[in-house]
Design a protein around this ligand. Structure first.
Ligand SMILES: [Zn+2]
Length: 139
């Protein structure tokens, strides 16, 4: 049995965080990509050509288990970050992070409260054009 490879620095996921965002936050502590981290914790068993969005749409259970073990988290808490639990199809999410909306107000709030910036799961929805937390002026 191979010993579990541990990631000593692994920020805890936020309640409404997108799984791929958490992967990037963990990886940033090691100056590498989630792909490189996953390759290291799996002992190099990750297949070629991974797509980062794949974990968001359907949590890859073996990979999620490895991330959970390496970061000393419960697997179920990481699976909760994926979009598969929303009951929506993959087509109802924006797969390219560069095309997703972000809310600068929420990001500013993250900084003001002394936490990492992070991407909310709701921002990946195709219909997300405005932050539901914003209080828009009414006529
Ligand atoms: Zn917002």
């Amino acid at each position: 049995m191979r010993p579990v490879r541990l990631l000593a620095l692994a920020p805890r996921p936020f309640e409404d965080e997108l799984l791929s965002c958490w992967h990037w936050r963990v990886s940033s502590h090691y100056s590498c990509s989630p792909r490189q981290v996953e390759n290291w914790i799996s002992g190099g068993s990750v297949g070629p050509n991974p797509h980062l969005f794949r974990h968001d749409v359907s949590a890859d259970q073996p990979a999620t288990r490895l991330w959970a073990l390496a970061c000393r988290l419960r697997q179920v808490d990481l699976e909760r970050l994926s979009l598969q639990n929303t009951g929506r199809s993959g087509a109802s999410f924006v797969s390219d992070p560069a095309h997703r909306g972000v809310c600068p107000t929420c990001l500013d709030e993250d900084a003001e409260e002394g936490r990492d910036h992070y991407c909310r799961r709701s921002w990946a929805c195709v219909e997300a054009v405005a932050c539901p937390r914003q209080d828009w002026p009414r006529d």
